[in-house]
Design a protein around this ligand. Sequence first.
Ligand code: NGO
Length: 514
Amino acid sequence: MKNKFGLTAILAFVLLQSACTQKTPTDLSKTAFIPNPVSIEATGHSFELNASAVIYYEEGAEGLQLIADYLSSEINRISGMSLKAEPTAETPKNGIYFTLANEDQELASEGYELTIGKKLIAIKANAVPGCFYGVQTLLQMLPAKTEAGQALELASGVIRDFPEFGYRGAMLDVSRHFFNVEEVKQFIDFLAMYKMNALHLHLSDDQGWRIEIKSWPKLTETGGSTEVGGGEGGFYTQEQYAELVNYAAERQITIIPEIDMPGHTNAALASYAELNCDGKATELYTGTKVGFSTFCTDKEITYQFVDDVVRELAALTPGPYFHIGGDESHVTAHDDYVYFVNRVQEIVVKHGKKVIGWDEIANAELVEDATVQFWADVENTTMGVEKGAKVIMSPAARAYLDMQYDSTTQYGLHWAGYIEVDHGYTWNPATLVPGITKENILGIEAPLWSETVTNINEVEFMVFPRLPGYAEIGWTAPEKRDWEEYKTRLAKHGPRFSDLGINFYRSALVPWEE
Ligand code: NGO
C-alpha cells in the first residue's frame, strides 16, 4: 500500500514538474487577428520574447531600420523592454529578423510572410509596407499592455498575407470641429493598428478652413477661427501638416488632403470678399446645414485662388492624390458646376496630383486617373465608371462612421440610417452597387464627419469598434469574412481597446471578453 502511494506521489510530482518547466505549446490559429490573414499554419510550439532579443534587419535594405525601430518602440510601450535594433548581413539564428526579397509574386507590394519559430521570428516581404503589416500582425499576438519586463510567449507558425484592395482608408472631418495634431496622430495610430493605408483629411468646409495657405493668410486667420457650435476652431500650420504627413508615412499611411469646392466653402467666402459673386464677404458659420455656399465660378480670381491653394498644399503632400470635394453644391447652377470642376481638375493635374472627388464630380468631364468617391448616388458613380474613373467605396448607409449605432447613441447623425457593428461589416464593396465590380474599385474608406463629435474621446466612440471591420473589408477577401466568426475575433479586441484607453461602444451584438 505504502509503496503504491509512493509511486503515485512520484508520478504526480514528475507530471507537475514538467507542466511547470515545459512551455505549453500555443495554437497560432486561435489568435484573433483583424484583419483576418490569408493563411495561418500553426506549428504547435512557441517563441519566448524577452529583454535579450535583438531586432535585426537586412543590411542595405532601405526603409527597414524604420520598421525595426517602430517594433522596438511598440514592444517598449507594451512591456517596458528595450530591444536593440541592428542591421545584419546574414540571417540570424535567433531574435527577430526583417528581410526584403523580391521573389514572391503573390505577396505583391503590401503582403508579407511571418514565420515564428522556436528561436527566430522572420518577417519577409517584397517591400517595406509588407514588413510593417507583418509587425502589426505580430503585435496582435502580444497583449496591448503587460507588466514591465515580463517575457512574452508567441505561438509558432507561418502566416502569409496580402490585401484584397490597395486603398484602405478613413476620413477625419477636421473642419466642423477642429482636432489638434496630437489627436490626429492618435487617429493615425488607430488606422495603422488595422493595416489601413490612407487618411483623408477634410480640411475645409463652411464652418472652418484648417490649413495654412501662405498666399491667402486670412483663410486661417478668419476662416479658421471658429467651428460648429462657435468654439475657437484652429488650423494646422504648414509645418504641422508636414509633421502629420511624416507621422503617417512612418506608418505606411498616405495623407489625402481635401479642399471641398465649389460648395461647402463659407469659411473661405467669409475670409475673402472677392471670392463672392457680389463682392461681399459672408458671415462666419457655426451651424450644421449643408449646401448653401458656392464659389463664384465665373470670376477669374476664383481660379487664381484655387491654383494657389492647390499649389501650396500639393507641394506639402507627397501622396499621389488631391481631393477636390464637389459634393452638395446645391446653389451652384449645373453648367457652372461642370465648368468649375473641369477647370479645377486641370489645376490639380498641373500640380502633379491625381483627382479624387465625391460622386457628384462624375457630372463633369473627368480627367484621366480621376477617382469618384461613392457616398450616396449610384447614378453618379456609375456615370463616373463609364467615364473611366475608379471608385472609392464609402456608402453612407454602411461606411459612415458618424452614423449612430442605434437610436440611443449619444453622438452622430442618422440621415443614412443606423449602423450597428454587424451592419457596418456585412457588405461587399465589389457587389454592393450593380455594375460596379472589383476591377473598378480602388478600395474602401470610412468617413467620420464631425458635426457632432468634438474631441478624440467622442471620435473613439464612433470609430470603435467599427473601424476594425472596415479595415477587414478592405484587406480580407469576402470568402474569408463571416459576421458570426468575426464577432468572436472582435470580442477579443475589447481588452485591447481598454488597455489602450480607447473609449469604445460596447455593442450588445459582440460577446466581449473581459
Ligand atoms: C454628407 C455631406 C457632409 C456631411 C455628412 C454627414 C457628404 C459627402 N457630404 O456626406 O457635408 O457632413 O454627409 O453625414
